[in-house]
Design a protein around this ligand. Structure first.
Ligand code: ZN
Length: 187
């Protein structure tokens, strides 16, 4: 699970994006699925273009349990993708929350998620490149260590005692470079 990212509120003022188009991009739904969870996607699709919808109505409309809908809505709120207000229901006597999407923040979340991923892959690539040809791995895949750490334990796997084997990491480096290229070219 990815770390939840918060979109700063100050970005809203200088973001004159057409709201309706902002969430239509499939990459935005993908980001929601990655950051919040797959179950949040139908909620976003349902809330598009609507305002102040109660969690009960959302749950009924997308045929989901109200508790799981509520959980997703609060997770989305943590990423600043929705706003809500609570109102006491006079008949039932309890509070109901009414939800509205904040479409202008989906772009920010998508961008922040992309940057975070890129950074992680670049850090990983850097580690692989600076240790090129210096990785040792347990034949049953318990551990993968850099030369110095492997040497410290005399090339014996701390988990199962097998002798660590030298691993060529050229392929890993190539895969990471390819992955970084893919993310960078994605809009
Ligand atoms: Zn092992």
């Amino acid at each position: 699970m990815m770390q939840v990212l918060k979109a700063p509120k100050m970005h809203m003022a200088n973001r004159p994006r057409p709201l309706a188009t902002a969430i239509r991009k499939s990459s935005h739904l993908q980001t929601v699925a990655e950051v919040v969870g797959q179950e949040a996607v139908p909620i976003v699709q349902y809330l598009k273009g609507k305002k102040n919808i109660s969690e009960f109505k959302i749950a009924e409309s997308i045929k989901a349990e109200v508790n799981s809908v509520r959980k997703m809505l609060y997770a989305m709120q943590t990423s600043n993708l929705v706003s809500y207000y609570r109102k006491k229901d006079r008949q039932k006597g309890w509070y109901i929350s009414y939800w509205t999407l904040k479409p202008e923040n989906f772009d920010y979340l998508a961008l922040a998620t992309k940057q975070q991923k890129l950074q992680q892959f670049k850090e990983r690539l850097h580690k692989e490149e600076t240790n090129e040809g210096l990785f040792y791995i347990c034949p049953t895949l318990c551990v993968r260590l850099e030369f110095e750490k492997a040497a410290e334990i005399s090339f014996k796997c701390p988990e199962c005692g097998s002798t660590l084997q030298h691993q060529d990491n050229i392929k890993t480096i190539e895969q990471l470079r390819q992955k970084i290229g893919e993310i960078e070219s994605k809009k």
